[in-house]
Design a protein around this ligand. Structure first.
Ligand code: GAP
Length: 503
């Protein structure tokens, strides 16, 4: 993760927000390459889920909506996480991401250590030894097996155990508070009044904008059940512990679909179809199939309105984590809005001549999390020969051409030969009309290739003396294999078109 964060900053993908003021936890800015990658991911999603499907329509609703929407959806009362404070370090943790292990010395239960989800055995062991030192029992034998194998969530710890627990960043035991509910929605005021009646919320999901507009879209008369409404947009959550780079941030973007189905539809089959469609899409943007797994939520952990939820998990640098949540949300949201707004959410289905409130399947994906998954999958290092024949290590991002920030880089072999420069510039301008391409004339050609490898440009195109003196062909270099071949300009354009637009 550290290498990825360093590369993202160095090459202009992602910067910490407000960096000149020391940064602002949980917020990130996307630089010149980051914004291209981000836009390409969104565009690929929109193209595949809206343009190329006859059963999905697009929407762009506001970030701030009538506050009653969030009362109806249950967010005002229920959208919170259990939070734990450390009285000593002043740090705050999510109780459901904090685990506790028992410290047993000479077969006697003497205390506990709390650690964050994903901590490794060595650091848990180190903290347990700290407890042993605090008790002044350096000579006692520590039960390592028990320590490393029996963990419970902090939410399950009782007051007595808490009093004996060493927090993740504390130097003494008994500094962690009891878990408290922490509201995740950001509040703001709308209008000139400053009292409670002016309170509004920054949306924590784009989904409610879809439910709130469902009637409008149905009334335009274009849709027939089953159908979906898709939206891409910002969402805000005052996360207690924004962590792992852009994985969990306070301002992020979602790509969501609410797919409306008849109440008696075979939702299990449709849910499975959506899972398969979403997996295929992730593979189409370059994620390896074997890095994606499914986490089926157990029945007793489902939200009360959910019939089934399966998360598509991805192997991020910090472990196997949720990338895409695909939930069957029944008719809960529409019925809530029907009740709170007094407006009917019923649909008249011509085919069955019946009226009903549809159920919904909701594939909900984070743009930033997808971008992190794409970066994780693309980042690698290999050994390649340099210009002097020795091997050197190169860092490269193996982005799929479909989403790569630059699709190709155009190089005149030498920058001080006007005829090469002119020809390269002409090709650059021509390709630029269709794709985002890069022009680079400075430095040795090998160094120019490396710079592009590091930012994931899939193709290098070199204009040399054969181009201008012979047949007009150019050298096309492949980023991943470093293989080069000569192609005519027409072949080059056909090739790029197939690789970039052809999926
Ligand atoms: N409408 C359903 C919903 O919002 P969610 O599981 O809370 O469900 C859906 O969020 C997706 O949004 C997640 O799978 C993840 O990709 C992304 N996401 C959620 N919280 C995020 C955060 N704090 N930072 C970045 N992405 C987030």
């Amino acid at each position: 993760m550290e290498e990825l964060v360093g590369l993202c900053k160095r090459r202009g993908f992602i910067f910490p927000s407000s960096e000149i003021y020391g940064g602002y936890t949980g917020f990130f800015d996307y630089g010149p390459l980051g914004v291209e990658l981000r836009n390409n991911i969104k565009q690929a999603w929109w193209q595949d889920f809206v343009h190329r499907r006859d059963d999905v329509e697009g929407l762009d609703s506001t970030i701030i909506m009538h506050p009653d929407i969030w009362k109806a959806s249950g967010h005002v009362d229920g959208f919170s996480d259990p939070m734990v404070d450390c009285k000593e370090s002043k740090l705050r943790y999510r109780a459901d991401q904090l685990f506790v292990a028992a410290v047993q010395l000479d077969s006697e239960q003497v205390g506990y250590v709390a650690f964050l989800e994903g901590s490794d055995s060595a650091s848990i062991l180190k903290r347990a030894k700290k407890v042993r030192d605090l008790l002044d029992r350096k000579q006692s034998s520590l039960n390592e097996e028990l320590l490393l194998q029996s963990h419970i969530e902090f939410t399950e710890v009782d007051a007595e155990q808490r009093a004996l627990t060493l927090g993740p960043d504390a130097t003494a035991v008994d500094t962690l508070t009891e878990p408290r509910e922490f509201k995740l929605m950001f509040e703001t005021k709308v209008g000139p009044l400053a009292d409670d009646s002016a309170t509004a919320y920054l949306r924590p999901e784009t989904a409610q904008g879809i439910f709130a507009n469902y009637k409008n879209i149905v009334d335009t008369g274009r849709v027939k059940i089953p159908f979906g409404i898709a939206q891409i947009g910002k969402a805000f959550r005052n996360e207690i512990t924004p962590r792992n780079f852009i994985f969990r941030s306070r301002e992020f973007e979602q790509m969501e679909i609410e797919y409306f189905i008849a109440p008696d539809a075979d939702w299990r089959t449709l849910h499975r179809e959506w899972l398969d469609t979403c997996i295929s899409w992730l593979v189409s943007i370059g994620l390896p199939r074997d890095a994606i797994s499914e986490d089926v939520h157990p029945k007793d952990k489902l939200a009360f309105y959910s019939q089934a939820t399966t998360d598509l998990m991805f192997h991020f640098p910090h472990g196997e984590q949720e990338l895409w949540g695909i939930a069957c949300r029944s008719d809960y949201d529409l019925k809530q809005h029907q009740e709170h707004s007094g407006k009917s959410m019923e649909l008249f289905d011509e085919a069955s001549k019946s009226k009903f409130v549809p159920h919904v399947i909701e594939p909900s994906l984070g743009v930033d999390r997808t971008l992190l998954a794409v970066l994780t999958a693309a980042y690698c290092q290999d050994e390649v020969p340099n210009e002097k024949g020795a091997t050197e290590t190169r860092t490269l991002l193996k982005f799929s051409p479909k989403i790569a920030p630059y699709k190709a880089a155009i190089f005149p072999l030498l920058k001080n030969k006007p005829e090469l420069v002119e020809r390269a510039q002409a090709l650059y301008k021509k390709l630029q009309r269709r794709w985002n391409v890069f022009y680079d004339a400075s430095g040795a050609i090998g160094r120019r290739y490396r710079r592009q490898d590091e930012i994931g440009t899939p193709y290098g195109i070199t204009i040399d003396f054969d181009t201008i003196e012979k047949d007009g062909s150019v050298t096309l270099r492949d980023r991943d294999t470093c293989e080069q071949k000569r192609v005519s300009e027409a072949e080059l354009i056909d090739f790029l078109e197939a690789q970039i637009d052809g999926h």
